[in-house]
Design a protein around this ligand. Structure first.
Ligand code: A2P
Length: 272
C-alpha cells in the first residue's frame, strides 16, 4: 500500500474500501473481509446507515486503531439544522471510535457549507477528527470557504472516473494542497466503463483487469481512490495495483475518454 501525506501531515492510504449502498450486513462482511486481506482505509458516511456495522467489523478485526484510517461524513440535514458537533458525536458513537481520521462535509449545502466548515474547524481542533475536508465541492465552493477560514480542507472527495475527469478541479486542488479523492472510481460500470474499448486494450497490454487499469490511473495521478466491493476476490484485485505503472501516453489516453458524464448528482444541482 502507498500512502499520501495530507496538508496537515497526516498519512492516508491511497486506496480504501467504500461502502456506499451497503446494508449493515453487507457492510459488516465487506469491511471484515477487506481488513482481513490488508485494507486499512474504510470510507463510510452517516447517510449510508452502516456506521455501526463498519464499527463492529473494525472491532472484530482486532487491528489496532492507529493502523486504520476511517472516514465518515456530515450529512446535509445536520448542516441545515446546525447540528455539526452532535452529528460528529453520533457518528463516533455508532462507529465505536474516539476519533475518525477524516471527517468530510458530504455536499455543499447552499447557505450552510461555509458555516459548517467553521464548525468542522472546531471538531478538528478538539481532535475528534484527525483531518477535516469536503466532498463534492467545486472550485467556487472552495473559494468561498477560503474567504471565511484559514483552515484549508485536507481532502476533496468527488465523483471521478474516466468519463468525468474535471481537470480544472483536480488542478485547483493540487495548487491549493488539497488531496483529491475519487468516489465511484468504477461507478461508471453502469455506463459501460469496464467494457470501454480503450480500457480493455490497456487491460490486455498490462495483463490486468479493466478495474485495475482504472484504479492504477487514479493512483498514477496521485488521487486517493475508494472502490466499493463486497466480493473478496474483487477487493483483492482492487488493491493489487502496486506492481505496475501506466505510461504517460496511456494515462493521457484514459484522460481523453472524458465526456463530463456523471453517475451521481451535480454539486450545484442536488435535491437532497
Ligand atoms: P461488487 O460489490 O459486487 O464487487 P464504485 O465503488 O466505483 O461505485 O463501484 C462499485 C461497483 O463496482 C460495485 O457494483 C462493485 O460490485 C463493482 N466492482 C468493484 N470492484 C470491481 C472489480 N474489480 N471488477 C468489477 N466490478 C467491480
Amino acid at each position: 500500500m502507498k500512502n499520501v501525506i495530507l496538508n496537515n501531515g497526516v498519512s492516508m492510504p491511497i486506496v480504501g474500501l467504500g461502502v456506499f449502498r451497503c446494508s449493515q450486513e453487507e457492510a459488516y462482511n465487506a469491511v471484515k473481509s477487506a481488513l482481513d486481506i490488508g485494507y486499512t482505509h474504510i470510507d463510510t458516511a452517516m447517510i449510508y446507515e452502516n456506521e455501526e456495522a463498519v464499527g463492529q467489523a473494525i472491532k472484530d478485526s482486532k487491528i489496532s486503531r492507529e493502523k486504520l484510517f476511517i472516514t465518515t461524513k456530515l450529512w446535509n440535514e445536520d448542516m441545515r439544522k446546525d447540528n455539526e458537533r452532535k452529528a460528529m458525536e453520533t457518528s463516533l458513537k455508532k462507529l465505536g471510535l474516539d476519533y475518525v481520521d477524516l471527517y468530510l462535509i458530504h455536499w455543499p449545502v447552499k447557505e450552510k457549507y461555509v458555516k459548517s466548515w467553521i464548525e468542522m474547524g472546531k471538531i478538528y481542533k478538539e481532535g475528534l477528527a484527525k483531518s477535516v475536508g469536503v466532498s463534492n465541492f467545486l472550485i467556487h465552493h472552495l473559494e468561498e470557504i477560503f474567504k471565511a477560514s484559514e483552515l484549508i480542507p485536507a481532502v476533496n472527495q468527488v465523483e471521478f472516473h474516466p468519463y468525468v475527469v474535471q481537470k480544472e478541479l483536480t488542478d485547483f486542488c493540487k495548487t491549493n494542497n488539497i488531496q483529491f479523492e475519487s468516489w465511484s472510481p468504477l461507478g461508471a460500470i453502469k455506463n459501460g466503463l469496464l467494457d470501454n474499448k480503450t480500457i480493455l486494450e490497456l487491460a490486455e497490454k498490462y495483463n490486468k483487469t479493466a478495474a485495475q487499469i482504472i484504479l492504477r490511473w487514479n493512483i498514477d495521478k496521485g488521487i486517493v481512490t475508494i472502490p466499493k466491493s463486497s466480493n473478496k476476490e474483487r477487493q483483492l484485485q482492487n488493491i493489487s495495483i502496486f506492481d505496475f505503472e501506466l505510461s504517460q501516453d496511456d494515462i493521457a489516453k484514459i484522460d481523453s475518454l472524458d465526456k463530463n458524464e456523471r453517475v451521481g448528482s451535480h454539486p450545484d444541482n442536488f435535491n437532497f
